[in-house]
Design a protein around this ligand. Structure first.
Ligand code: HEM
Length: 251
């Protein structure tokens, strides 16, 4: 089933009978597949709640204001390398000195595509830190970069960095779909976040990019049982990079 309406997507996300499609559980320890079998993102029920509690606890020790300042400073230092900044700054805050393996590990994290490179990258990260911190780095990596890349061209026409980020999240969500398995029927459900964020019943003139909308009930960070626990951190990292890029351009 392919869900495009906002109300239906919300109902699925709030209903515990819909769980993430299962991932393989028999992989050797320390590999990408092993990691996927041990993170909150792909688990459900009590196991999900406990794993989620551990990542949320880890996040709570971080300060979005500091992340934003650090992301801005790092971007000003080397504007041409802004793509590495969010993950490097998040890694430093989590005590991970070398975040270069994150990109290779993150590439297969959501898709499940296994490779020796991804396995080596996961091992290199687990050598430096624990599973909740690796989860945070892999979850945040591609989406935060995509949010910045989506917002950047809009800054030529709109001044307010936060308003542009908010509307980019709705209009151009970095994650386009998320999937669930219906435990009652066995059917796989695809939630189309792009379509739900443009549902005309919820968003007037939905195709128009309009930073003046203010807060909107977009579904880009998920909702219900397992929403993204890190919107404030993602926004802080993205805003810091965009501020750095903007300030770096000023004569
Ligand atoms: C623009 C950037 C981001 C977007 C759009 C985003 C979006 C999402 C979404 C939609 C989910 C839920 C998936 C689902 O229900 O199927 C999720 C989960 C998650 N996100 Fe984010 N995220 C972003 C950045 C981050 C960052 C920077 C972090 C870490 C600092 C993070 C950590 C997590 C974690 C740990 C989960 C799993 C939660 C759970 O299993 O209960 N995200 N994210």
């Amino acid at each position: 089933m392919h869900i495009t309406r906002h109300a239906e997507a919300l109902a699925v996300l709030a209903d515990p009978r819909y769980v993430p499609p299962p991932v393989r559980q028999d992989a050797p320890e320390g590999t990408l597949a092993w990691l996927r079998a041990h993170v909150s993102r792909f688990s459900s029920g009590a196991e999900h709640a406990e794993r989620r509690r551990r990542v949320v606890e880890r996040l709570a020790a971080l300060d979005p204001v500091r992340l934003r300042a650090a992301a801005k400073a790092a971007t000003l230092e080397r504007p041409g390398e802004w793509r590495a900044v969010p993950t490097r700054v998040l890694g430093a805050a989590l005590g991970v000195a070398d975040t270069t393996p994150v990109a290779a590990a993150a590439a297969g994290y959501l898709s499940g595509e296994e490779s020796p490179q991804a396995d080596a990258a996961v091992a290199a990260l687990l050598d430096q830190t624990d599973l909740p911190a690796v989860t945070l780095l892999l979850q945040g990596h591609a989406a935060t970069e995509a949010l910045i890349a989506g917002a950047l061209p809009r800054l030529a026409e709109h001044d307010d960095v936060e308003a542009v980020l908010r509307e980019t999240l709705r209009h151009d969500p970095p994650l386009k779909v998320t999937r669930r398995l219906d435990l009652h029927s066995g059917e796989e459900v695809t939630l189309d976040l792009v379509a739900a964020n443009r549902d005309p019943d919820v968003f007037p003139d939905p195709g128009r990019f309009d930073p003046a909308r203010g807060e909107t009930p977009h579904l880009t960070f998920g909702a219900g049982v397992r929403p993204c626990p890190a919107p404030a951190y993602a926004l802080a990292l993205a805003a810091g990079v965009l501020e750095g890029l903007r300030e770096g351009e000023r004569p």
